[in-house]
Design a protein around this ligand. Structure first.
Ligand code: SAM
Length: 300
């Protein structure tokens, strides 16, 4: 059943504003306009949620995410428990050991219940194609969140490949592990709690505990803090882990945006990198455009 919390919140906002308007006819004009605005928005959100195929900006779950934007980019959870709710939903609705079913259930949850900052199904296909084309053995992801993109990569990577995913929020890392175990890929994907920008601790762990060595990294998916895209790419290059032919895919280059990263790759075009820009849409909607970069490393 669709989650009706958005409809309930929309009608509550609408109803409360109308009650105030009816009871206090002498309300100052600015406040009256604000109340009418609130009543209309609430009504539109309610109608939108009930119509079965909500428009993204009118979905309560999207508005909630936007309202909590500051928390979202510091703690990297929305703040209403949707990440934990997703894990529980997967455990109860997706067939255990069925990777396709787990991905399907997560996409349904995001379209119908709570939008989430996964790469999503549309951009996910660009990621799938890059992994299929490259046939990497060692993959690195920056930004695990609830493990959705890792599920997609695991589905298309070769059977002897291993994905290492870096996530600095331990709660997100724990949720991803539960979901991966449920999907049956827990032995092919490792989450490492940390950050490449933590002064060298995570870089050292990747080297000492996970065998990252010169030229041994075939594929990187960058999908974490947008301001860290370029510095973290440069850290990876400086470690000499890439080889000519390694591929780096980056999400959200247009929205929320990683302009320095894009400019750097444009400047390096044909010398150290060769990049293809894929225009697409932000996850789980078709109004906002986004850009995914697929860059092949040519060497120093
Ligand atoms: C957009 S989400 C990743 C979505 C995921 N790749 C997917 O498609 O399913 C970004 C994640 O990166 C993590 N993150 C943000 N900055 C980070 C950093 N500097 N190092 C490691 N993880 C980071 C956040 O905690 C968040 O879980």
């Amino acid at each position: 059943m669709r989650n009706l919390s958005g409809a309930v919140i929309g009608s509550a906002a609408s109803g409360a504003a109308l009650v105030v308007l009816a009871r206090k006819p002498n309300t100052p004009r600015v406040l009256r306009w604000a109340l009418w605005g609130c009543a209309s928005l609430g009504a539109v959100v309610t109608a939108n949620e009930l119509n079965g195929k909500p428009v993204p900006f009118l979905r309560w779950s999207v508005l909630r995410m936007m309202l909590g934007r500051r928390r979202l980019v510091t703690e990297w959870q929305v703040g209403d428990g949707r990440e934990e709710a997703l894990a529980k939903h997967v455990m109860t609705h997706a067939r255990q050991g069925d990777l396709d079913d787990v991905i399907r259930v997560i996409d349904d949850f995001c379209y119908q219940r709570s939008a989430m900052m996964n790469v999503g199904d549309e951009k996910g296909q660009i990621l799938d194609q890059a992994v299929r084309r490259t046939q990497p053995r060692r993959l690195l992801e920056l930004g695990t969140y609830c493990g959705y993109s890792a599920l997609r990569m695991a589905r298309v990577m070769r059977s002897d490949a291993h994905l290492y995913s870096i996530e600095f929020n331990p709660a997100n890392a724990a949720i991803a592990r539960r979901i991966w175990d449920h999907a049956g890929i827990g032995d092919r994907v490792t989450v490492i709690v940390g950050s490449l920008g933590d002064g060298g601790a995570t870089l050292r762990r990747l080297h000492a505990e996970h065998g990252f060595t010169d030229g041994g990294l075939d594929f990187v998916f960058i999908d974490h803090d947008k301001a860290a895209y370029l510095p973290d790419l440069q850290r990876i290059v400086n470690e000499c882990w890439l080889h000519p032919g390694s591929v780096v895919v980056a999400d959200n280059v247009k929205f929320p945006g990683a302009p320095e990263y894009r400019t750097y790759l444009r400047d390096q075009e044909g010398t150290s990198w060769r990049t293809t820009e894929h225009w697409t849409h932000l996850e789980y909607q078709s109004l906002i455009r986004d850009l995914v970069l697929d860059s092949e490393y040519l060497g120093r």
